[in-house]
Write a protein that binds this ligand. Structure first.
Ligand SMILES: O=P(O)(O)O[C@@H]1[C@@H](OP(=O)(O)O)[C@H](OP(=O)(O)O)[C@H](O)[C@H](OP(=O)(O)O)[C@H]1OP(=O)(O)O
Ligand SMILES: Nc1ncnc2c1ncn2[C@@H]1O[C@H](COP(=O)(O)OP(=O)(O)OP(=O)(O)O)[C@@H](O)[C@H]1O
Length: 452
């Protein structure tokens, strides 16, 4: 008698905290890659743990269960699921999480450690397919906002000339943060090969100049993040990309840029993202804010109770959307009859516009991970995935209004002749002074999700 069937452990508690390696982090989560002894449940997976800001005293809700539903039932209707990453929820054991955090805290960048830490109050986390481990190169790009707003509800034309990301980078630069100033998302989203090359070259330059600290470009080789000032790993990577360790940085940049642009041109994902961002943000935060204030003013006016009943309740501006509400929102957004007059938004549609804006914000903040492979079979498989498609909180609306104002105010201080002119290839030009009276129908107005 031999062969003892041992079921694979699926509890994180059964893994040593040393089996996980720090990979990267964003504003809300920190991600570790499993590198321990082979275990079916964890091989090729990353663990995504929520963080809590030091200034945040109250623990937040465990929001990873809704996150899976949101990805499958909401995002999966708008983006071909082939671009999405498989995820599942895992339980966290408090003692294990405490040990994990103490063991790994020192591997986090000091700039991040100053503001937040792993949230030890959470009882759940996410496991997701590790998109960067294994042999070869994986490149992560955070494209940001791929459109210029329609001028209808804007207080000034400033935002229709220079894109939000370029203006935000200006604000950051004025406050001493190293930004990706050579990068304009509208070039990346343009579908023009020349402009896309310019965009990727800009990302490369800021990656180099910031010693890899910008979040808009990350390069992983054989599962390890490459730091631009680590010459040994840069040489090793150059051997992989260029076939030689002796390439100059200029040659390496050119080869990298053309590989990335080639990969991006072979997929419609950037167009999908910019169309979603644009269509869902039909009013701009300024128009949304005006609509919110209009509802507030109408509610404050003495009038018939009947009239008031037609107005949306103000809780609609503060209550987080539930998954069923998201599902019906997307149903409606995809329906052939979905059309709204965005030039004259109806106050009764306030909640609709808020949900649309929140969803647009998710698509404005996601990242792409591309696998560069010289193996023709691997290369023929979908080489691009979209990550970080978390729902945004309704609590952010006010913060976004303030940030928008701060960005525009700071950019208004730039001499008119020195302002960047960002070109939006997908922009529907509306002549100045002519309000767009036509209802805007969703380009996704079909009964089935888009199929490529
Ligand atoms: O406002 P933005 O455009 O600066 O985006 C924030 C990101 O800054 P970025 O410009 O990408 O460096 C920011 O990224 P970092 O923390 O800077 O890496 C977050 O992604 C933030 O989202 P959340 O608060 O984590 O849900 C993002 O906030 P949201 O606006 O998406 O809520
Ligand atoms: N499935 C994955 N495979 C490999 N690496 C990943 C995966 N998911 C996330 N990462 C890495 O972890 C980082 C942080 O993850 P993510 O972007 O989801 O965090 P976030 O806190 O929500 O980010 P943001 O600040 O942009 O909102 C990513 O930028 C990426 O480098």
């Amino acid at each position: 008698m031999s062969s003892i069937a041992v079921s694979p452990p699926t509890c994180l508690r059964d893994t040593s905290v040393r089996d996980w390696h720090y990979l990267a982090e964003g504003g809300a989560t920190v991600v570790y890659s499993y590198r321990g002894p082979s275990r079916v449940a964890f091989d090729g997976m990353v663990l995504r743990l929520r963080k809590r800001a030091h200034r945040q005293t109250e623990p937040g809700p465990d929001d990873d269960d809704p996150m899976i539903d949101f990805q499958q039932k909401v995002i999966g209707r708008l983006i071909d699921p082939a671009y999405l990453v498989e995820m599942r929820v895992v339980q966290l054991d408090q003692t294990w999480l405490n040990d994990f955090s103490s063991y790994h805290e020192s591997s986090r960048p000091s700039t991040r450690r100053e503001v937040d830490a792993i949230d030890l109050s959470k009882r759940k986390a996410l496991l997701a397919t590790d998109l960067v481990s294994g042999q070869g190169t994986a490149v992560e790009i955070k494209p940001k906002w791929g459109f210029l707003p329609s001028p209808i509800h804007l207080s000034s034309p400033l935002k229709t000339v220079t894109c939000r990301t370029c203006m935000h980078n200006h604000l950051r630069q004025s406050s001493g943060v190293p930004p990706a100033t050579g990068y304009c998302p509208l070039d990346l989203f343009s579908t023009s090969e020349t402009r896309m090359m310019q965009a990727i070259a800009g990302l490369w330059t800021s990656w180099m100049e910031s010693f890899g600290s910008v979040n808009s470009l990350r390069i992983f080789h054989d599962g390890i993040i490459i730091q631009p000032n680590d010459h040994a790993s840069l040489r090793e990577w150059s051997r992989h990309v260029m076939g030689t360790e002796n390439a100059t940085l200029v040659e390496l940049q050119a080869a990298f840029t053309s590989r990335i642009v080639g990969a991006l041109l072979s997929t419609p994902i950037l167009q999908t993202l910019s169309e979603l961002q644009r269509t869902l943000d039909a009013l701009d935060i300024e128009g949304l804010s005006q609509l919110r204030h209009r509802v507030q003013t109408l509610r404050d006016l003495p009038s018939d109770e009947d009239d008031h009943e037609l107005l949306p309740p103000l809780e609609g501006t503060t209550t987080e959307p539930t998954i069923p509400e998201w599902i019906s929102f997307v149903e409606e957004f995809l329906s052939p009859t979905h059309a709204r007059n965005c030039a004259h938004p109806d106050p009764s549609d306030l909640r609709h516009y808020i949900l649309a804006y929140l969803l647009s914000a998710t698509f404005k903040d996601c990242s792409l991970i591309l696998r560069l492979s010289s193996d023709p079979i691997l290369a023929s498989q979908n080489p691009v995935k979209v990550i970080d498609l978390d729902p945004k909180s309704i609590r952010k609306l006010e913060q976004w209004e303030k940030l928008d104002e701060a960005i525009a105010r700071s950019y208004a201080g730039v001499d008119a002749g020195a302002r960047k002119r960002c070109v939006d290839s997908g922009f529907r030009q509306i002549p100045a002074g002519v309000p767009d009276e036509k209802p805007v129908a969703s380009p996704w107005a079909k009964s089935e999700p888009p199929v490529w």
